[in-house]
Every structure is written in C-alpha cells, then in structure tokens.
Design a protein around this ligand. Structure first.
Ligand code: SF4
Length: 737
C-alpha cells in the first residue's frame, strides 16, 4: 500500500487491470496474438476456469505444438470475469510445472511426520485405501471416516464417501470462513449469500467495507466492479483497524477498535431509525420486527458507541447519514472470512439488518437476488442414513451449522475425544489443514491419533508428511471437474473445467480416483456415467445448451432476475423465511435461546505488553496454497508483521528488523520482518496469512515468513454455527538477536 497513490490513479489502475495492488500482474485478454512469442507455435486454445483461488475466473490456455501450456489468458467470453485474470491466475503454469508437485502415489514407510515414503502404483494405492475403508466400516462403522474437502475437485470424492456412509464431511470454508455470514443472511433474508457474493457494486452509490480489504483480497470480477462503482462516483466507508489499500481510497476511514463492529452497526441503525433515514416503504412492505428493532437500538446512540469503538460519534452519525442519503444503492459488503470473535453470526445479522433498513436487498446498487439455473442429475441409489449421526456437532451442538459443509473444528474435537464416537481415519482433499484450521497443535494431535490418514493433493502441503497414503491429484489444467453452476451472479451461468493437457507424472483427476474407488467398494451405482464428458452432458441437459458451445466458449450465461421488479410468480415468496418476509427480529433465534436482535458484547482485551493478532490477504497469494509457486513466490516470498510506530518505538524496533512473535500461550513464530507504520492501530499486529509453512518438500515456501495460524492457540467458538473466532490471540514481538 502506498499513501502516495491517488484515488484516481488507483481507480484507473484497478479498472484497467481488475486487481488493485496486484495491478502489475493483471491484464485484460487480447484475443489474437502472433505465434512464436515463446519460440513455439501455439496450436491450440482451450477454455477452462481457474483454480488458483475459489473465484473460478474464465481462462483460455494456450498450448504449444509440443504440448506445453505456454500462456494463460482471461477468457473474454466469460460472463462474470470478462477476460480478466489476477496475478495468481496468470501464474497457473507455475503450479502446473512446479518441480515440487506430488508425482505418484506414495505409502508411508517412516514415522508420522518424517516424510518417508515409498512409491507405489495406483492399483496398489487404491487397494490400500479401499481395504482400509472396508475394515473401518466393519469394525467401527462408516462414520469413523472424516472427510476434509476443499474446492469443486473434491465433489466426486464427496459423493463416494456419502455413498460409503459417512456424514462427517467438513469444510473450512464454512467454520473458518463464510459460515457465520451465510447463517446470518439466511436467518434474515431466507437464503445464504453463496459465492460469489451477489453485490451490485457497479451500480452502488455507497459501499461499506467492514474488515474487507478489497484490493489486497482480490477476486477479479468483484474488484473490477468495485473499482467501476467508485469510478462512477460511489462513496466508500472503510471500517478497518488497519489503513488498508481500500481505506487509503475511502471517503471515510474508520479505524475501529477490533471486536466492536456490532456496536458500530447498532449505532448506525439507531441514527437511520431516529432520523427517519431508513427505507420505510421497503421495510413496511417486506420486513417484520421493525418495532422490536427500533426499541432495541433506541439506546445505542453514536455517543454510546464512541468509547466502545474508539470512533468519534460525529463520524458515526455522518456515515449513517451518508448511507441514508444513498439508499437503496448501498452495498454493505458482507465480508468473506468473517470468523473473528465468536459472535460472528450476530455481527452478520447486524449487517443484514442494516442492509434491510437501507432497502438494499433486491435493489439496484445493493444486493441482488440469485437466479437458479436448472441442472440435470443422474438417478442414483439413496445415500445411506447414519444411525450415529454426525460427530462434528452440526445441527445439534451447533444448531445452525450447515450439515452440507460441517464443522471442521468439531470433527477435530471428536477425533481427539473419541466422542460422540471414535474417528479412525481422515481423507484430506486439496487443503492444508494445519494452516486452514486454527489450533494446529490440536489438529496435529488429532492426526497422530488416527489409524489412517490419506491426503489427496497437488502439492506436498504440511500434513503430507503425516499421511499414510498420498494420492497425487492432477491440477485444474489437467482435469475435468463437475461443471460449475453459478446462481449468484446477475446473469447466472454455467462454466466448464476441462483438461488443457493430459495429467503430468502419474497424477490423476478426482473423478477418476472416486470412480476407481467406487469399483473397489461396490459403489459403482453412484457413478452411472462412463466419462466426465457424459457427466457434463447430463448436467447441462435441462439448460438447453450445446456442450460443444460450452466447451468452446468455456461458459454460457442465462437471463437473470436480480431485482425485486424482475421477480416472477415462481420466485415468490421473495424471502424464504418462516414469515415469508425479511426477519429483522428473528423468532428462529429466540426459539434457540439466542438473542433475536444483535447485541454488542465486549471482546477480551490484550494483556499488558501484547497486541491483538489480525491477519488478511495479499493479492498475489491464496490462503496457504500459492507460497511455493515460483512466479508468486517471486512477487512475495514472505510476509511481514505490521506494527504501529508507538509499540515499535517502545520495543526498539525499526522497519526491516526481524522478530519472532510469541503468543500469550508461549507459542513462538518463525522470524518475520517488521513493517513499522502509522497505518495500523497501536493495539494490533497484522500479517498476511499463509506463510511460515513447514513442509520440507515445499522448497520455496518452507520456513519463509511467519504463520498466523500457528499463533492461534485460542479460539472463541460461535455457539450458533460452530465457527472459530480467530482474532482472539495476542502476541508480543521479540527481537531476533
Ligand atoms: S481471482 Fe485470480 S486466482 Fe482467483 S480464480 Fe480469478 S484469476 Fe484465478
């Protein structure tokens, strides 16, 4: 971030590139290029979609005559991403040709963690896995197998394990990411937000970011729409304890005291209602519980919120009035990674209620409605019911947790405790559970207690060294996945992922692994298709599109019904709540014994001498997945820790010094460089997530920078949906000698 980059220049850059601070590496596709640019004639272009993060932008891959992928470009025909790729998307070939890739199936020969393996054949590997699954089923029941998937590549394995009989599938994208948000909006509007978030950023007159650092957190279409909106004159409120890239371009930067966002949201609602600035007509027509809400927020004035949030009451009032003036074209960005303080569902509820007061849901410039796309399905046998139920607490201990996505930390707890029943094996698919789930010390203990750990991945991520069996998955450029159907775009669409080249080494696509396992487990009936092309044909059958057209273009869009006035009889009721209306007051929460309206509860304060650890993203990295990528490593080889000048001075630290961070439980990070800045509150330390990985087989990423996850020895669990609040850890920098 540079304070010297003007708002105008930022907007121009982002509008042109769609990647904010990643501008240098982002470009709009040029449809025709002369051959021979890389010294090889390009003979083929293949459309697919990116998996360098989960946004799945449209890609055109260029393949040379000798079968090498020489270039990735944005697909100009893609309805959402329109020819743009970010730095990571452009670096997909560096994943494909990473020499550290997992290359063949491997069986552990040494102790867990030593990383000693022998190469085996796929037949041997699949026999080992199938035999293990059969034995566990006989001895403990199928529920004793836990599945940790990530991404659409894991869907076929998900089907297989459902057919096998385990309900224990858990994804960090729920309990460590967007779960509270989806639950909060589901309670309020009757549907979760989904991904991508249905935000009408291009048409917005005012955008509110609460802890969302767009520009550093880059998804090409969202950042492009955001920049377009700002360039058309939208105002920006950035609520963030750190002077993020977005904050540097904002009309109002609100450097809030961490953990007090609900107080700010309540005060904003207070002003909107007290000053009659809310959308009365919309609320009267579409919402229930306004009287209760008005009574609830009456005492939560900006003056009440000022000492809590450390924001001036005048600024709270001014920003509320700006929202009232811009309504309904206001996007209160719901955020994405929102598992912060354990009251996250209630914070999401407060954001949803604010959105409703502004009349912004289903309105131009606010949030829009999704439009379902019909999908063809094969007739499958019934999936078996589990007598034992889930082990992770979803639906019981955590009543509002998604049973589709589960509670990762709940399954880790069950593995450690053996309650409600023993968990004997995990299959971890395309994620680094030691980086994606907090309290990795507990996760490691759980892994060590397992009879069997199978890891399916492209790269030798941290837990591979602990695996009994390692299966090398083909990258997204070498495989088919299930077609992607996106309902939550203004124009919904279907997009294809298809192989650009044959899988390298002995890697295999997920669909093949699942089908081969199904044969060994007698579950072929759940895979009644011979080829992924046949699966694709069936899925798109009701869409009345031609599969050749889809495979050529990469994606096909359909007409959307984004705004209230576009909705048809088929879309009624507009809101799928019990009342059929927006529920400002939630009877569902009341019935669960929870607060039916959001309440502020103070967060724990840092102990003397400690700073609150906050964390975020950089535009050139995705989670902990890209740090070994040669191109992206070149752009950002390690992270740094942001410290305010005051604590830095007190500790005798200057820019560029190296420190270790020690948390309040005595856990210490790897050395990390200090960035001394006025652009962060003096009670916080900030790092980009995903660094400090320990796998010996990741030759570039290993031991570079510090891991925020390693320092997360404490969590505050959201009692409603089981998500782990992670901004509850405190660190002190200790200077390296
Ligand atoms: S935002 Fe970047 S990394 Fe993510 S899918 Fe798009 S191009 Fe790929």
């Amino acid at each position: 971030m540079s304070d010297r980059v003007s708002r105008r220049r930022f907007l121009g850059t982002v509008a042109a590139t769609g990647a904010g601070a990643a501008a240098a590496a982002t470009a709009k596709a040029a449809p025709v290029r002369p051959p021979g640019r890389h010294g090889q004639e390009r003979v083929q272009k293949v459309a697919t979609h990116c998996e360098m993060c989960f946004w799945r932008c449209g890609v055109i891959a260029e393949v040379s005559a000798d079968g090498r992928v020489v270039r990735l470009e944005g697909n100009p025909d893609h309805p959402l991403t329109k020819g743009r790729l970010c730095a990571r998307g452009n670096a997909g070939t560096s994943l494909l040709y990473d020499p550290d890739r997992l290359k063949y199936p491997m069986l552990r020969t040494g102790k867990r963690g030593e990383g000693q393996f022998k190469r085996i054949t796929w037949d041997e590997a699949l026999d080992v896995l199938a035999d293990k699954l059969k034995t566990i089923k006989e001895q403990h029941g199928p529920e004793a197998v836990g599945f940790f998937p990530h991404g659409i590549g894991a869907r076929f394995m998900g089907t297989l394990l459902k057919a096998y009989g385990t309900p224990n599938s858990v994804e960090p994208s729920f309990a460590q990411c967007r779960g509270p948000r989806d639950v909060g909006y589901l309670l309020t509007f009757g549907r979760p937000l989904g991904s991508p978030e249905p935000l009408d950023l291009e048409e917005a007159k005012l955008v509110v970011l609460i802890g969302s650092h767009l520009g550093e957190n880059v998804f090409t279409s969202q950042i492009t729409q955001f920049a377009t909106g700002l360039s058309r004159g939208a105002k920006l409120v950035a609520v963030d304890p750190r002077f993020s890239t977005a904050a540097s371009k904002a009309d109002w930067w609100l450097p809030i005291k961490p953990g007090t966002d609900i107080a700010l949201l309540l005060a904003w609602m207070n002003v909107l209602i007290a000053e009659g600035l809310y959308d009365k007509e919309y609320v009267d027509a579409h919402a229930v519980g306004f009287e209760e809400l008005a009574a609830h927020v009456a005492a939560f004035t900006p003056e009440w919120a000022e000492p809590i949030t450390a924001l001036p009451a005048s600024q709270i009032r001014e920003t509320a009035r700006a929202m009232g003036a811009a309504k309904p074209a206001v996007v209160v960005h719901p955020g994405r990674h929102v598992t912060w303080y354990g009251d996250d569902t209630q914070r999401a509820r407060a954001m949803a209620i604010l959105t409703a007061l502004l009349g912004s849901y289903g309105r131009k410039g606010g949030l829009f409605f999704p439009t379902p796309v019909p999908k063809g399905d094969f007739e499958l046998p019934d999936f078996p019911d589990s007598d034992k139920g889930r082990a992770d607490g979803a639906g019981e201990k955590y009543p509002l947790a998604s049973e589709e996505m589960g509670v990762t930390n709940g399954l880790v707890d069950a593995t450690l405790s053996g309650k409600p029943y023993p968990i004997k094996a995990w299959i971890v698919y395309a994620q680094n559970v030691l980086e994606s789930i907090p309290q990795p010390q507990q996760t490691l203990k759980a892994i060590e207690s397992l009879d069997f750990l199978c890891v399916v991945d492209v790269m030798p991520v941290d837990q591979v060294a602990y695996a009994d069996l390692v299966l090398p998955e083909a990258t997204y450029l070498e495989r088919y996945d299930a077609p992607l159907i996106v309902n939550s775009a203004k124009a919904p669409f279907v997009s294809v992922r298809q192989p650009v080249i044959e899988p390298l080494y002995e890697s295999k696509p997920g669909w093949w692994i699942a089908k081969e396992l199904a044969k060994r487990l007698g579950l072929e009936a759940f895979f009644p298709w011979a080829t992924p092309e046949e699966h694709l044909e069936k899925t798109i059958e009701p869409m009345e599109i031609n599969s050749l057209e889809l495979r050529t273009k990469g994606a096909v869009a359909f007409a959307g019904r984004p705004y209230i006035e576009d909705r048809t009889e088929d879309d009624l009721p507009l809101f799928n709540t019990d009342s059929g209306k927006i529920e400002l007051y939630s009877q569902a929460l009341k019935d669960l014994g929870a607060d039916p309206l959001p309440l502020y509860t103070p967060p724990e304060e840092p102990p003397a001498g400690y700073l609150r650890l906050i964390y975020g993203r950089a535009p050139m990295h995705s989670f902990a997945r890209t740090q070994n990528n040669a191109t992206l490593h070149g752009l950002m080889p390690e992270n740094e820790v942001w410290l305010h000048t005051t604590p830095a001075r007190e500790l005798g630290l200057k820019d560029g010094d190296r420190v270790r961070l020690e948390n309040a439980d005595g856990v210490t990070s790897l050395p990390v460089r200090v960035r001394v800045t006025e652009g962060i509150r003096d009670d916080c330390a900030y790092m980009v997530h995903g660094f400090g990985q320990r796998s010996k087989s990741l030759r570039r990423a290993r031991d570079r920078g510090a891991s925020d996850t390693q320092l997360m020895t404490r969590v505050k669990v959201d009692p409603l949906m089981g998500g782990t609040g992670m901004r509850v850890n405190f660190v002190r920098p200790v200077k390296e000698a």
